[in-house]
Design a binder for this molecule. Structure first.
Ligand code: ATP
Ligand code: MG
Length: 293
């Protein structure tokens, strides 16, 4: 059911609300698996495919998408929520042809926002929706509320895993909480830092065997990104690897991922609207405890 502030918006008619937007959350549970690297390079690769892309830095604690892009934003989403700035004023244009929404550090729990902030968020995103095909959300590590909220709100949830036991167990915990408490049943799994070609599929299958056995979820393999020193060097150089080393193995994999992501269905009707995204973003999670064993 729509929240009261959304009903207010229905009456004020905001054109952007009708536009279908693909919302992709990049998440994974464990820290350092490569979420921000994937988010930044997927944004770059989709922008190169002439998609109108906005990258939302959803890592509310350790926001660093701006650092990966060598940008120094002055304002963040927090200024939009407080009404001090508009979304247009805080968005930063990345030279790679997309826009960055810098994180609202400190607004760690979106569910605790009041009606005024909800309204601000819906208005901010609806104004944006007219000029946007894809919204990519880079999330924080762990099971923070913001991670769960961004994931439950997205149309596509990409779980980044790598071949480390902690990555698999943390990804499992995340999928478990999202499926049991947040109504997310479908996940795309991207294998990162893969050392041998084809190793990503093998890793995915290992993860899927456990998840399919114990959880009621559908997992789809999104492909693999190789372990590539060019990517590490590009992070140090504060540029996407696609920009810095366009013919590297990692860059080729990101182009392939973008071509694949371009085929992911965008929900038609209300489910594909940015309104729906914001509605789910601010929805409080189910009352069930989020204990993961
Ligand atoms: N495919 C790869 N090949 C080589 N190095 C990689 C690859 N992916 C990520 N890395 C390295 O891992 C580091 C951490 O990556 P990144 O910051 O993208 O992870 P993260 O999941 O966003 O971390 P956090 O949880 O802290 O936000 C990068 O700085 C980069 O050096
Ligand atoms: Mg990150």
């Amino acid at each position: 059911m729509a929240s009261p502030e959304l009903s207010v918006i229905h009456n004020t008619r905001l054109d952007g609300l009708a536009q279908p937007v693909q919302v992709i959350a990049i998440t994974g549970g464990k820290g350092g698996v490569g979420k921000t690297s994937v988010a930044v390079n997927l944004a770059t690769a989709l922008a190169a495919r002439r998609r109108r892309v906005v990258l939302l830095d959803g890592d509310l604690g350790l926001a660093n998408a701006d650092v990966f892009l060598g940008l120094s934003p002055r304002y963040t989403l927090a200024h939009v929520l407080s009404g001090e700035r508009t979304l247009d004023e805080i968005m930063v244009a990345a030279p790679q042809g997309f826009q960055l929404i810098p994180a609202a550090a400190g607004a760690a729990d979106l569910a605790q926002m009041g009606p005024t902030e909800h309204l601000g968020l819906v208005q901010a995103f609806s104004a944006l929706a007219t000029r946007l095909d894809v919204l990519i959300v880079d999330t924080a590590a762990g099971l923070a509320h913001s991670v769960l909220q961004f994931s439950q709100a997205a149309q596509q949830v990409v779980i980044v895993i790598c071949d480390e036991p902690a990555s698999i167990t943390d990804a499992y915990a995340l999928v478990k909480v999202l499926s049991r408490n947040h109504g997310v049943q479908r996940f795309r799994v991207l294998a990162n830092q893969i050392r041998t070609p084809g190793g990503g599929l093998e890793l995915f299958q290992r993860f899927e065997r456990v998840a399919a056995r114990f959880l009621d979820v559908t997992l789809e393999y999104a492909g693999e990104i190789p372990e590539d020193d060019c990517l590490r060097r590009s992070v140090r150089g504060q540029r996407p690897v696609l920009d810095e080393f366009p013919s590297s193995a990692a860059s080729r994999a990101f182009k392939k991922l973008a071509a694949h992501a371009d085929t992911w269905p965008v929900a038609a009707g209300p489910r594909g609207n940015i309104e729906f995204f914001v509605e789910r973003l601010v929805r409080r999670p189910a009352a069930r405890p989020q204990v993961v064993r």
